[in-house]
Design a binder for this molecule. Structure first.
Ligand SMILES: [Zn+2]
Length: 342
């Protein structure tokens, strides 16, 4: 890669300066009043909620236990408070729009419109597409290394990173699965699962970047790199799940990992003579631009498409390109090794 491009790239990194901060809707007195009223009356405007017929200890106010809510709704934790908060938020936002105000966050989330009870339908659909894309990439890699490329006499692949890419494929599919669940309904459990699997994937991607970019093939050296990284990611996951689900910290840790990860691949793409280095280059630039959606967030358009959903959209072509690079790398390494053998 020409030097100029490298500098241009590093300049884009400097764009990560400020974060757009939105006001807190839950502090709005009109919203607070609405929720308090709703909990007592069970209604917002003309709309009344089934859930509010149950007293706070879960026992129905009128009627026997079997008129209780269906189990799946209770698992989703749809109760009086959730409904009151949702409809108060919607009515508050309608009023604000009429006054020409911009949307604000409520309890840390943008005012999304539910579709069939799914909180963020666009993000769910895009997470599912990402999952499908990862699956496609992983399967095509599997077919390439085991059926198309020659194998060693012991039936192992010549490519030294096969196992690592398998783990990467599984971790990414796992992460997109929980992302889809989390965006359909966010409760503490789904949020923890989503955040934990995302951090596990990012940590592993960083590990893979270090091992592949620096050509670490020696077993002992691999352990030296892997051990501290796994220790760090595990500690962070335990902290999130059992001590404090700290969003600020999670964001910082993720950004730090993604930043380092992209930087390693960027430097590698600048100096290596790999035939598919341009794909890495595109992934790095694309990944960087995609990160801007996470940093400079904006509220959902029409109540559906926000910056986070767009971020999930950009990762689809990036994923395709990334697995295409992985396949090229497997072919390239295999042919290099075979030339050495002959
Ligand atoms: Zn997401």
């Amino acid at each position: 890669m020409p030097r100029l491009h490298c500098f241009l790239f590093l300049a884009t990194f400097l764009c990560f300066a400020g974060v757009f901060v939105a006001g807190d809707g839950e502090a709005d007195p009109l919203y607070k009043d609405c929720v308090e009223q709703c909990k007592k009356s069970g209604c917002v405007g003309n709309r009344c909620f089934q859930h509010c017929k149950f007293s706070s200890d879960g026992k129905p106010i009128d009627g026997p236990w079997y008129t209780n809510e269906p189990l799946y709704l209770r698992w989703k934790q749809w109760d009086c408070q959730t409904d009151c908060r949702y409809y108060c938020m919607q009515s508050r936002e309608e009023e604000r729009i009429k006054l020409g105000d911009k949307p604000i966050k409520y309890h840390g989330k943008w005012p999304f419109r539910r579709v069939y009870g799914i909180q963020e339908p666009v993000a769910v659909a895009l997470s599912a597409l990402n999952l499908a894309m990862q699956f496609h990439g992983w399967v095509s890699f599997f077919i390439l290394v085991y059926y198309k490329l020659p194998l060693r006499p012991d039936k192992k692949t010549y490519y030294e990173y096969t196992g690592l890419w398998h783990i990467y494929g599984i971790l990414s599919m796992n992460s997109w699965f929980w992302s889809a669940i989390f965006h359909s309904r966010d409760v503490e459990l789904t949020e923890k699962l989503d955040h934990s699997s995302a951090v596990a994937l990012l940590g592993f991607s960083l590990l893979l970047a270090i091992l592949r970019a620096f050509n670490v093939r020696d077993e002992a050296a691999r352990v030296m790199v892997t051990a501290p990284l796994i220790a760090f990611v595990t500690t962070h996951i335990l902290y999130l799940n059992f001590y404090k689900l700290d969003h600020g910290l999670q964001m910082k840790v993720c950004m730090l990992i993604v930043f380092t990860h992209l930087l390693i691949w960027a430097i590698w793409a600048c100096i290596s003579k790999h035939p598919a280095q341009w794909k890495v280059w595109l992934v790095v630039v694309g990944g960087n631009l995609a990160m801007l959606f996470e940093v400079y967030e904006f509220p959902p358009y029409m109540g559906y498409v926000d910056s986070h959903a767009l971020w999930h959209a950009t990762t689809i072509p990036i994923t395709y390109l990334w697995w295409s690079f992985v396949r090229d790398d497997a072919e390239f390494r295999t042919s290099t090794l075979l030339k050495k053998v002959r």
